[in-house]
Design a binder for this molecule. Structure first.
Ligand SMILES: Cc1cc2nc3c(=O)[nH]c(=O)nc-3n(C[C@H](O)[C@H](O)[C@H](O)COP(=O)(O)OP(=O)(O)OC[C@H]3O[C@@H](n4cnc5c(N)ncnc54)[C@H](O)[C@@H]3O)c2cc1C
Length: 440
């Protein structure tokens, strides 16, 4: 007997807001809009819990978790992170920054989290707050109506079912897949930065004592820097962020072997890993520094990594993603409930989306520069400079605390240090230019 032809099933639905992607940005926005009574559909191509890199949170994340109502759940899975330790082969000592020293004393700590657990808590919360959450469903196409009053999204469920969803507003929270950025060809490589990363999970990594046990450690080395992130279950996340040319030197070597060889180039990290065992696959990701040339249209917004991502060095990605979810929810609410205010609301959103990348990028672009390294390794609190820098490390960059003056002074110190060491500065500038070149 001939096999029956496979039926192609097409579903159709309507909602107010369609969210593409259920990472921190998408789940945050979906929760807040559903709480305000909007019909929200969130489509996520994976199934939670799923692995994601980005395990170190910063203190400004915590008030957002409180507002979402998930603070207790996150506390239960998180490793307390009270500070960040910097280790440099060019300096004899280690430098620890404690968040309690930032200008705003109300945010002294954060958490290290397994993102599979963290992201699952956020997406289930969206569901609990009445967002329609569909996992295993990948958005594949979007058509905006001629009057920009609605859009139709085409998505494919894992069983092959095609669903079309008509929505008044689209939120792209698809992370580094940058769904709308690709759709509009709006994604641009960051010409000022370029890096690649390799990472994996280990057991048996040596931990610090007491409150410092959960600190993130950053180890500089010749080709970039390593992170060491202790997680609550005893696992430690180790990753290295390198210039793309260095990743290219791997050639045909197995990624795990290349990662272990790279770790061996960093003596103080190797000491902490002497009894460690790799417990996960080793993964790599490259050329991840980009920005989209727009953050919004009249009925869509780009949230979190779907808008921009520069570099993981200050652990700011999850905060910026969730913050964009909060600002994004306010913006959609304004646009849908009071269309006369839409233009102003979208302008405000655009401005808000630029704050994080602007504040962090000044430090990111210079993190491997010897002048900045000197200042980081020998902090002084003259004119509250250290408090200002700590406020940035804590993610307190959205205007609640006045950090303008200390940061201006810090930058002046940086430029003076650079001038006083002009040959070193020129060499570092030339080297960075070479390092950030595009490598296939
Ligand atoms: C090497 C590295 C290390 C990092 N370390 C840190 C860190 O320590 N701390 C930190 O805060 N940040 C870190 N980050 C950044 C952090 O991972 C991201 O900034 C953060 O996850 C962004 O959240 P998001 O919600 O915007 O996107 P994501 O978390 O990426 O979520 C996007 C979701 O969209 C889904 N999706 C994608 N396309 C579609 C589609 N077409 N249809 C349906 N669903 C789709 C994906 O499956 C995913 O679940 C790191 C990044 C890198 C590259």
């Amino acid at each position: 007997m001939q096999p029956l032809p496979k039926l192609s099933v097409t579903l159709a639905s309507d909602c107010d807001v369609l969210v593409i992607g259920g990472g921190p940005a998408g789940s945050t926005a979906a929760t807040l809009l559903a709480e305000r009574g909007y019909a929200v559909t969130l489509l996520e191509k994976a199934y939670h819990p799923r692995f994601h890199i980005g395990e170190s949170l910063i203190p400004a994340n915590l008030p957002l978790l409180e507002k979402l109502g998930v603070a207790d759940e996150i506390r239960a899975i998180g490793m307390e992170k009270w500070g960040a330790e910097f280790v440099s082969p060019w300096h004899a000592h280690k430098q620890v920054y404690e968040f309690a020293g930032a200008k705003d004393k109300s945010m002294p700590m954060a958490y290290q989290v397994r993102r599979s657990e963290f992201d699952e808590i956020l997406i289930r919360n969206a569901s609990r707050k009445n967002a329609r959450v569909v996992e295993g469903c990948q958005v594949q196409g979007v058509t905006f109506s001629a009057d920009n009053a609605s859009a139709e999204v085409k998505a494919c469920h894992d069983d092959g079912t095609i669903e079309t969803v008509r929505a008044r507003f689209i939120l792209d929270a698809s992370g580094r897949d940058t769904f709308l950025g690709n759709h509009f060809k709006a994604k641009k490589r960051n010409k000022k930065h370029n890096s690649a990363a390799i990472y994996g999970h280990f057991s048996g990594v040596e931990r610090h004592e007491g409150k410092a046990a959960g600190n993130i450690t950053l180890y500089w080395f010749d080709h970039g820097w390593f992170w060491l992130i202790p997680l609550a279950d005893g696992t430690t996340s180790i990753g290295v962020v390198v210039w793309p040319y260095y990743l290219k030197t791997r050639k045909n070597k197995l990624l795990e072997e290349f990662f272990q060889e790279t770790i061996a180039l960093c003596a103080p990290l190797s000491v902490r890993l002497k009894n460690a065992k790799l417990t996960s696959e080793v993964e790599a990701t490259g050329n991840f520094s980009y920005e989209c040339d727009r953050s919004h249209g009249s009925n869509y917004l780009l949230l979190g990594d779907a808008y921009a991502f520069i570099d993981p060095v200050f652990s700011s990605g999850v905060l910026l993603a969730m913050q964009s979810g909060f600002v994004g929810a306010d913006t959609v609410d304004k646009c849908l409930s009071d269309p006369k205010q839409a233009t102003a609301a979208l302008k405000k959103f655009d401005k808000a989306m630029k704050i994080g990348p602007k504040e962090f990028s000044w430090f990111i672009y210079r993190i491997t520069n010897p002048a900045l390294r000197d200042l980081f390794m020998n902090p002084s609190n003259i004119f509250h400079v250290k408090e200002g820098v700590l406020s940035v490390l804590a993610g307190d960059v959205f205007g609640a605390t006045n950090i303008r003056r200390p940061l201006r002074i810090f930058r002046t110190f940086y430029y003076i240090n650079s001038l006083l060491n002009i040959r070193r500065t020129f060499k570092a500038w030339k080297m960075r230019k070479f390092n950030i070149r595009v490598v296939d």
